[in-house]
Design a protein around this ligand. Structure first.
Ligand code: IMP
Ligand code: MG
Length: 332
């Protein structure tokens, strides 16, 4: 597989960061393109350190991977420079000339809007920044002095990489149910988060993609307002071991059991060819740290089989713990 799109199936926080960092190391990914904006945080555990990446692609853990930020992305300059330093990737990261810039004023507009407060946005200002882009008054990466050393034509780079048979990952952010088009509008983010939109933001045409790997969590979570079918109380979530705090904003996540109807719809509209399932150990504690499929308890195997039956795609990667290597890899 040459070009793989990675997208989240629910409301974000499915564990895409972990899956991407695992694939980067395991498959020796040559190029990884991040899309979206600073509102999303991808958590990566690497060499005993935890990273919550808002801008730098999660594949940074593989030191030969070229890291790119696509033309459709929305760049927070300060955060990007801070993360470039933290991850030490200055010599292998590129930002598209035409990616747009998110500024402090956008965050202020986000936080002072009663409407956006009701939606429960992250407050980073992504909605207002995209509004400005649509109005055609936004600053672009090429206008920013500090970004000059990193500027590149991402679409050109990534298509040439695909031409020469290199391994490419397109890193989606957030989740399908937060899509501006397909999510729980108006309780959504300011962009389409589906696999097609990820390709569009990176500059990769639909015929060039080999796999769409959709990342599911073993239960569902969401932060901010809006419907969450089957939602359980915070007390119940704590009891079940599902209670989480958001990596990006420190907010408490709401939770609900895995919903097959939502999962199926996500598989269809994203054109998923494969699924990853994270946090299986939160549902079945006996799965913790298991790295061989055969060692899973029967009830966990039954759950996976039911997902495969209903979605019609194989569950190829299964997360069983926080460590990057706490993964069952069924691909070969
Ligand atoms: P915004 O993207 O900051 O405008 O927020 C809109 C909605 O999307 C809110 O419900 C946020 O909590 C949610 N959201 C945005 N980004 C993420 C993410 O990366 N993970 C989870 N929820 C997110
Ligand atoms: Mg996140």
């Amino acid at each position: 597989m040459t070009c793989t799109v990675i997208a989240g199936a629910f409301w974000g926080d499915e564990g895409k960061g972990k899956i991407i960092s695992y694939l980067a190391l395991k498959d020796k990914i040559d190029v990884c393109v991040r899309t979206g904006s600073v509102n999303a945080a991808h958590t990566v555990w690497f060499e005993g350190k935890r990273y919550a990446l808002h801008m730098v692609p999660a594949a940074f853990v593989y030191d030969k991977c070229r890291l790119l930020i696509g033309a459709g992305a929305n760049v927070h300059v300060e955060k990007l420079l801070e993360e470039i330093k933290e991850t030490g990737v200055e010599n292998r990261i590129g930002v598209d000339y035409q990616s747009s810039i998110i500024e402090e004023k956008h965050s202020l507009q986000d936080k002072t809007s009663a409407h956006l407060k009701g939606i429960g946005t992250t407050g980073w200002g992504v909605g207002p920044a995209i509004e400005e882009r649509v109005r055609r008054t936004a600053k672009l990466a090429k206008d920013i002095a500090e970004l000059q050393p990193y500027l590149t034509d991402v679409a050109k780079e990534v298509n040439e990489a695909i031409d020469s048979g290199k391994k490419v990952l397109l890193e989606g952010t957030q989740g399908f149910m937060l899509s501006l088009f397909f999510g729980t509008y108006p309780y959504v983010t300011g962009r389409d988060t589906s696999a097609s939109a990820i390709c569009s933001e990176a500059g990769v045409g639909p015929t060039r993609v080999d796999e769409v790997l959709l990342v599911y969590k073993s239960f569902m979570t969401r932060v901010g307002a809006g419907p969450l079918p089957g939602e359980i109380s915070k007390e119940e979530a704590i009891k079940r071991g599902w209670f989480e705090i958001a990596a990006g904003t420190g907010r408490e996540r709401r939770s609900a059991p895995f919903n097959f109807e939502i999962a199926k719809r996500a598989a269809v509209i994203n054109g998923a060819t494969k699924a990853a399932l994270t946090k299986l150990d939160a549902l079945y504690p006996k799965c913790r740290g298991v790295r061989n499929y055969d060692d899973l308890p029967q009830e966990a195997k039954d759950f996976i089989r039911e997902i495969e039956r209903q979605l019609g795609i194989p569950v190829v990667l299964i997360g069983t713990g926080p460590d990057a290597l706490d993964i069952i890899d069924r691909r070969s």
